[in-house]
Structures are given as C-alpha cells and as structure tokens.
Design a protein around this ligand. Structure first.
Ligand SMILES: C[S@@+](CC[C@H](N)C(=O)[O-])C[C@H]1O[C@@H](n2cnc3c(N)ncnc32)[C@H](O)[C@@H]1O
Length: 192
C-alpha cells in the first residue's frame, strides 16, 4: 500500500500537524498578493502534491474565479480530497499555469525523479513557482521532528538550486520567478 494513505494524512494534517487551513490562508494571501504586486495576479494555478487540498480550498474561498488544478500521486488523496492522479516526475502538464505550487513534495521522490519533476514544473510555470522543500540543513536545524515526516530524502539546498537555476530566479521566501517570463525583479528583490 502507498505510504500516502489515510494514516499519513491523519498523522500530518490532524492536530499538531505540519500546517493547517489558517496557516495556508496566511501563506496563500502573501503568495497571491506578491504575484499581483509583480503584475501577474494568478488566473490559473497548479497545485502539485496537493494532499488535503488546503491551497485549492483557499483559492476557491477567496478567489473563486481563479482556475485551480490540484494533483497528487496518492490514489487515496485523489479520491478523498478530489485531485487529478499525477506523478510530477512522470507528467508534463500540457499547458502552463500562472502560478505553480509545490509545497512539501520534492523531499519524497528519489534524485532521478526530482530531476524529471523539476523539468515538468518548469514546463508548467508561466510566471511564478511557490516551492517549499526541506533541505539537509533544515532537517538539522529548524524542522520540528514531532510534526514533520522525517522518512524522506535529505538533500542540500545547492543540489536543488542547481536543478532549478536553468529555469528560475530565486526571489526568496519560497518564490521562484520563471526566467524569460513577464516578472522582472529589481536587483535586490531576488538573488543572482
Ligand atoms: C507533505 S504532503 C504536502 C501536501 C500539500 N502540498 C500541503 O502542503 O498541504 C506531500 C504530498 O506530496 C504527494 N507526492 C509525493 N510524491 C509525489 C509525486 N511524485 N507527484 C505528485 N505528488 C507527490 C504525496 O502524495 C502527499 O500528498
């Protein structure tokens, strides 16, 4: 049976879990409005590895006109929370989305699968990617082991950066701007 089953979602999204509706409301509002500030208020959003679907629900509640596509590799999550069944390491989205969200997902696939996944994420992103993936350093310094799944791949930030760099400029706070897209950052708004 897949590790992403009912017990998994109960454990990490029940009481004392990784995050919840209230926290995603804070983050969703920040991400959406920063995109708007950059002139690319999202009209279409792809949520990869959507799990309980907190981002999708936040969008439906706050920006019902935004088209949200939510996907997950877990058959259980797709059935229970209503997503398309997609493995991001094997699925190249047929079109680009204004905003792509990949929150707490890339620590699960192996190295080769993440390489493929990042190519697919790049193909899916028209303007902005929100990416959160805990790194080796994070696991040793700030990750709360009581609420976080520790049975994952622990890779360095530089390992991820090297794969992301051909496609994205890191703006910070989890936001990555698509190279060649409409968002032009001031020098000190992002990294080189
Ligand atoms: C920690 S949960 C994150 C859920 C959601 N993004 C959130 O932050 O609330 C990780 C999710 O990633 C999904 N996942 C893992 N590997 C994946 C893959 N290769 N493609 C798509 N989804 C994947 C799992 O099924 C699980 O639902």
């Amino acid at each position: 049976m897949s590790q992403f089953n009912a017990d998994y979602y109960k454990r990490f999204y029940g009481r004392g879990g990784v995050h919840d509706k209230r926290r995603i409301a804070q983050l969703g509002s920040a991400v959406h409005n920063l995109c708007a500030w950059w002139g690319v208020a999202p009209k279409s959003v792809l949520d990869i590895g959507a799990g309980p679907g907190l981002w999708r629900d936040w969008y439906h509640e706050n920006f019902p006109k935004v088209r949200v596509t939510s996907t997950d590799v877990s058959e259980y999550a797709c059935k229970k929370f209503g997503h398309q069944l997609r493995d991001i390491s094997q699925w190249t989205p047929p079109r680009a989305f204004d905003l792509v969200i990949c929150h707490g997902v890339l620590q699960y696939p192996d190295d080769k699968a993440v390489e493929a996944a990042i190519k697919n994420i790049a193909a899916a992103t028209r303007h902005v990617l929100y990416l959160e993936v805990p790194t080796l350093l994070d696991f040793h310094t700030i990750v709360d082991a009581s609420s976080t799944d520790m049975e994952v791949h622990q890779r360095t930030g530089d390992w991820y950066r090297e794969l992301l760099d051909p496609y994205f400029v890191q703006a910070g706070a989890g936001l990555w701007v698509r190279r060649g897209g409409d968002v032009l950052l001031y020098e000190l708004e992002g990294t080189k």
